[in-house]
Design a protein around this ligand. Structure first.
Ligand code: UD1
Length: 422
């Protein structure tokens, strides 16, 4: 296993481009199952989760080809409807194949995803929604076994805003008969991108970006000659936070600032210096400390849970007290204990973290617990005095494309070493 050895205190400088969105590419890849014929998806990030979804589609019988930043998916040879435990356990987004398999082939067997480091991660809303469309579902031996004749449109009110359930139900509804209405749907840009892709291949979905989606079922969908996925707003926020914590001078570009409106509001309140452009942001150095600014994670357009850990890292060295409330995942503060090893002052009370800013962090050995926690520890390491070793960085490969190279190109001093070497 690899670890990052970070020599803290280098101000980042230069420009860096954001990659395509992992969280948009994954549902779009699953949506390709619905089409008749090949789809070409462009600007994808070559990260582990994408390869895992590619592998899953291959296991189902699809043909998957990678070419630079493109992926070509031909679903016509799918003959297997089972998503095995071995793949689902490594990537929860595997559950996205449930809706498409069921609606197109009338059957699907998908391993139950189970919990993970950040929380229980239930899928009851996915299953209830599919049942409302007419599926019969049972759970046996750790697998969801779903069957149906032709699914039939219905009105589904989600108990809670769920990105995953919105996607799964919507994917199933595209080929159902009649109209499906999803109320209290997710408004996340990744859902909007999936809808734009689906509409580009012949689906009829209205209401993208609002809490009500109206999906008129169609007979079939054609493949796509080329669809570019949106840039990764979470990667953008991660790079921006890294630049700011080092008081760097960096242009982060190739993303949509409007996907990060609240994040930029919070940065402004904290006193960070930056200038927004159409598709990027200039981060400027600042002299004094940032001010501690509270955030509450909420569904889009609220503050993203996927930036909570990075925000916490930034706030550890801000002045005053910051309160971070995590409302999406019940166990998403694992990075707090590791940040404390670097000198951060953080108290956890249920889903609330109370951070009292310190003047500086000091390098330490720390352990990453999940994808975004890894990013937070690296951000902290970039500003800490001395050397920070971040272990279990394999989590990063799941969702950040070339993060090491990108940070190094901005002047960060990081060695990637074998964990066994002390
Ligand atoms: C969530 C985030 C997404 C983030 C991802 C990984 C939201 C709305 N979604 O997406 O931005 O990229 O985690 O960190 O912020 N829930 C149920 N039953 C279900 C499904 C979900 O109770 O069947 C609950 C979850 O426990 C959670 C909330 O709904 O509290 C949102 O979950 P959901 O959006 O489905 O999770 P992801 O799709 O993983």
């Amino acid at each position: 296993m690899k670890k990052f050895v970070i020599y803290g205190g280098k101000k980042l400088k230069g420009k860096v481009k954001v990659s395509g969105s992992k969280n948009a590419t994954l549902p779009i890849m699953a949506a390709c199952i619905l089409a008749d014929g090949q789809s070409v998806i462009s600007d994808i990030p070559l990260v582990q989760d994408i390869k895992t979804m590619g592998k899953l589609l291959e296991v189902l019988g699809a043909t998957v080809e990678y070419q630079d930043k493109n992926i070509k998916i031909t679903p016509d040879t799918i003959k297997n409807y089972k998503a095995p435990y071995e793949l689902v356990k490594t990537m929860r987004a595997s559950i996205y194949v449930l809706g498409p398999l069921l609606t197109k082939y009338g059957q699907a067997i998908v391993s139950m995803p189970g919990g993970c480091a950040i929380g229980l991660r239930p899928i009851d809303l996915h299953l209830k929604g599919l049942e409302k469309l007419g599926a019969s579902i049972k759970i046996e031996h750790g697998y969801i076994i779903a069957k149906s004749k032709k699914l039939k449109g219905n009105t589904i009110v989600l108990d809670k805003v769920s990105l995953g359930a919105t996607i799964n139900i919507m994917l199933a509804a595209t080929l159902a008969s009649g109209t499906t209405i999803i109320k209290n749907a997710s408004k996340e840009p990744e859902v909007v991108d999936t809808i734009n892709f689906l509409n580009s291949i012949g689906a009829d979905i209205q209401g993208a970006g609002t809490d009500t989606l109206i999906i008129k079922g169609v007979r079939n969908l054609k493949g796509s000659q080329g669809y570019s996925v949106i840039p990764d707003r979470i990667e953008a926020a991660t790079l921006i936070t890294a630049a700011i914590i080092t008081k760097g001078d960096v242009f982060v570009y190739g993303f949509k600032p409007e996907h990060l409106t609240l994040f930029f509001e919070k940065l402004k309140e904290s006193g960070a210096k930056f200038k927004l452009e159409n598709s990027g942001v200039h981060i400027f150095p600042y002299k004094s400390r940032l001010k501690g600014i509270d955030v509450i994670t909420e569904p889009y357009p609220g503050f993203p849970t996927d930036i909570q850990a990075q925000w916490m890292a930034l706030m550890t060295v801000a002045s005053g007290r910051t309160i971070i409330k995590e409302t999406i995942w019940e166990n998403r503060f694992m990075h707090a204990l590791e940040l404390a090893r670097m000198g951060a002052d953080i108290k956890i009370d249920g889903n609330t973290a109370i951070i009292t800013g310190v003047k500086k962090l000091t390098g330490a050995n720390v352990m990453a617990s999940d994808l975004r926690a890894s990013a937070a520890l690296i951000i902290a390491g970039l500003t800490a005095e001395g050397i920070t070793e971040v272990r279990r960085i394999y989590h990063l490969d799941r969702g950040y494309e070339n993060l090491y190279q990108k940070l190094a190109s901005l002047g960060a001093k990081i060695d990637v070493m074998d964990e066994s070497i002390i």
